[in-house]
Design a protein around this ligand. Structure first.
Ligand code: ADP
Ligand code: MG
Length: 697
């Protein structure tokens, strides 16, 4: 293998490749359009396209694609080859400027939430030059945004780019007030930590539930789960290690800075964390990481499960969104500074985040809502469904001192005055130990821990960027008009702490007492997807996104519809899969098993009336009783699915699926799992939890 430094970014059309392959003036134009998001003129586009094509062909590519992120949450691509016919039955390899800048995928089959009726199904993709083109499986991939012809965003990237613009716009107003004349832009950065499971491909293929839904719908508890906690940070098995090695190499080729990897709490569970980067690039990279995890696992005879809860009773998988704000001069605005002035600025940006999380708890909750993640939030393994923030004792004490005009630290017995005092350096170790908080300050960034492992990080960061932009907008409005900047700043910080401190909670988020306390504080506890999605349309949220031009009303409404629709579809598929498994595999299996038991009993009796066949007859009776109950629950589930058919309103439909269909699924599962524990493994039609969780040796 080549050295890491050699392979890193070798499949990326990055700055250094562009510098060496583009004429100077064109290179400069591309840099400018990366910086201000302006469109490249068509003459320059022709040159860039040509250079890209030559580079890609040298690397073995034959096709190109506009790579985009529709509202399905995964990525989409349609490959076109570079070939173009010429005289004499020959072809040449071509890639035009127009093909680089704009594409027209057939958009009609992507979810649009009603944004475009099928008769005007056309959508177009537009090059996002801020994210480098790359080669994947012999295809030149051009990262693009995906919009309808009327300009509505049909994807996850466009709103994310808009939200970055919003926080830049409002943040710069504040930055200017602190006299940072050298700063010309700010952006947010993200490092997403990604959890996943690896299981052997052979056992996976015997589980219809995993194949159709990504999670197990049945499965009795194994004798050993995660209780010994012997997997967490444990030695990595050689098969997994070779998977990780190849995954790292593949990620490095694409310029993705995979940095740490370790075993997680549950058996077969692992984690990968990259080094953080600009938010929209981090989002692209996280999509590619999830895709490559699945691809590389396959090559190693394994399957990578990204579902939030593949196994009941075993920890599920999440994603941690480490988020911060940085200036183009490299200053991390969420890092306490060296001077009183820097600290005042830090405190104001900190307040902006505190206020944003409090004001838009509902939107943060929506961003992480899905049928899969509903299994995790509040289930004692992940943060509760209540959004709150952890700041750590030290920072908390400083904020209290400011709020109450009390001396801090006791040393000088002096009151903390913003803009005059230097804050103590916060040791990062003491701030990062609360693993139960959904939103923790970790010394120089915030870690939002509610995301599901399968989610795109875009939605979360759209909310974070926009909500913080709104706090900053309000602060800039006040401070720009203040007669005495320092007093106004001090008062503002004090007021924000007072008004929003209810969102700060430094205790154990898994504790039941917190749920009662949070209710007293008036915090939201939105337990399921149908509970939170209606908040999408709350006037304050519509106002937020339209004011900052991140979503139009119709774009918000579309996302509301898609969330609900997706929730129902997932549960619907799960219900149908359960029915299929029960009728076709489980009931026939237990029936055969009871026959074998009764046959044995009869044979024994035939031998001699004296022989005891209590085991066979008792067990056959038990299984028959459980089977009867399973049949009843299966029919109830069938009816529940049928009865839901005529509900037209999407919210009502989602609530019905949660309250009726999902409840029926759970009832059925209980009986079937009980059947599994009593049925011979020779007869049980599926690999057990133990077989799955310990399948990778
Ligand atoms: P841990 O959470 O285990 O203490 P780190 O704090 O080093 O680990 O980082 C966790 C993740 O946070 C990594 O992906 C890292 O790159 C990312 N991260 C670190 N600093 C920042 C930052 N300023 N902005 C965004 N992400 C960051
Ligand atoms: Mg972390």
């Amino acid at each position: 293998m080549n050295s890491v430094t050699e392979i890193f970014g070798s499949m990326v059309f990055n700055d250094s490749v562009m510098r060496s392959r583009l004429p100077k003036d064109v290179f400069k134009q591309v840099q400018r359009s990366i910086k201000d998001g302006r469109r490249l003129d068509s003459a320059a586009a022709v040159v860039v396209a040509n250079a890209m094509k030559d580079w890609a062909i040298e690397k073995g590519a034959t096709h190109f694609t506009h790579w985009f992120q529709p509202m399905t949450g995964i990525t989409a691509e349609k490959h076109d080859s570079f070939i173009s016919p010429v005289d004499g039955g020959k072809v040449i390899m071509e890639f035009s400027g127009k093909e680089l800048i704009q594409g027209e995928p057939d958009a009609s089959s992507f979810p649009s939430g009603g944004l475009r009726a099928t008769f005007e199904a056309r959508g177009y993709t537009a090059w996002d030059p801020t994210s480098y083109a790359f080669i994947k499986d012999g295809v030149l991939c051009i990262p693009t945004a995906f919009c309808s012809y009327t300009g509505e965003a049909l994807d996850k990237k466009t709103p994310l780019l808009r939200s970055m613009e919003a926080i830049n716009r409002q943040g710069m107003r504040v930055i200017k007030l602190f006299g940072n004349d050298d700063v010309t832009s700010i952006k947010t950065t993200v490092g997403p930590e990604q959890e996943y499971f690896l299981i052997d491909r052979e056992v996976y293929e015997k589980r219809k539930d995993l194949i159709y839904t990504g999670r197990t719908l049945f499965g009795a508890k194994p004798p050993k789960g995660q209780e010994l906690e012997d997997h967490y940070f444990g030695a990595i098995k050689s098969r997994v290690a070779s998977f990780m090695k190849e995954l790292n190499e593949e990620l490095w080729k694409l310029g993705i800075m995979a940095k740490t990897e370790h075993n997680e709490v549950a058996p077969a569970q692992h984690e990968l964390a990259p080094i953080f980067t600009t938010t929209n690039i981090a989002a692209d990279h996280n999509q590619l990481t999830m895709e490559l995890m699945q691809k590389v696992a396959k090559k190693h005879g394994m399957v990578c499960l990204l579902h939030e809860k593949p196994f009941a009773g075993v920890n599920g998988s999440g994603k941690h969104n480490n988020w911060s704000i940085v200036t183009n001069t490299g200053v991390n605005l969420l890092e306490p500074g060296e001077t009183p002035y820097e600290n005042a600025q830090f405190l104001l940006f900190l307040c902006a985040v505190i206020q944003a999380v409090d004001d838009y708890q509902d939107m943060l909750r929506i961003a992480v809502a899905s049928a899969g993640n509903d299994h995790r939030l509040g289930a004692n393994e992940a943060p509760p469904a209540i959004v709150s923030m952890f700041l750590g004792d030290e920072l908390q004490n400083i904020l209290s001192a400011i709020e109450n005009d009390e001396p801090y630290g006791g040393k000088e017995q002096e009151l903390i005055k913003v803009g005059v005092h230097v804050l103590p350096k916060f040791p990062r170790d003491t701030t990062d130990r609360n693993r139960t908080s959904p939103f923790a300050f970790t010394g120089n960034k915030f870690e939002f821990r509610m995301l599901g492992s399968a989610h795109s990080i875009s939605g979360t960061n759209v909310v974070l960027n926009t909500a913080v932009a709104e706090s900053l907008r309000q602060y800039a409005d006040i401070l720009e008009n203040a007669d005495d900047f320092e007093t106004a700043l001090h008062d503002l910080i004090k007021r924000v702490i007072k008004e929003h401190k209810r969102i700060i909670f430094n205790g154990n988020g898994y504790d039941d007492a917190w749920i009662a306390e949070a209710e007293k504080r008036g915090l939201l506890n939105l337990k399921s997807t149908p509970d939170c999605v209606p908040y999408y349309l709350a006037p304050k949220n519509v106002e937020l996104f339209t004011r900052h031009k991140v979503y139009s009303y119709s774009e918000i409404h579309a996302r509301y519809e898609i969330k609900l629709e997706n929730y129902c579809k997932v549960l619907h598929i799960e219900a149908l899969t359960m029915l299929d498994m029960v009728w076709k595999d489980i009931l026939p299996a237990v029936s055969a098993y009871s026959k074998s038991l009764t046959d044995t009993a009869l044979a024994k009796k035939a031998l001699s009336a004296e022989i005891d066949c209590g085991f066979e007859t008792d067990l056959a009776a038990k299984i028959s009783a459980l089977t009867a109950s399973a049949v009843e629950k299966t029919k109830a589930l069938e009816e529940a699915v049928m009865e839901g058919k005529n509900i037209g309103d999407s919210l009502e439909f989602a609530r019905y699926y949660r309250d009726v269909v999902f409840a029926a699924m759970n009832e059925l599962r209980i009986v079937v799992d009980e059947l599994e524990t009593h049925t011979s493994s020779k007869f049980w039609p599926y690999p057990s939890y133990g077989d799955l969780l310990f399948s990778v040796k």
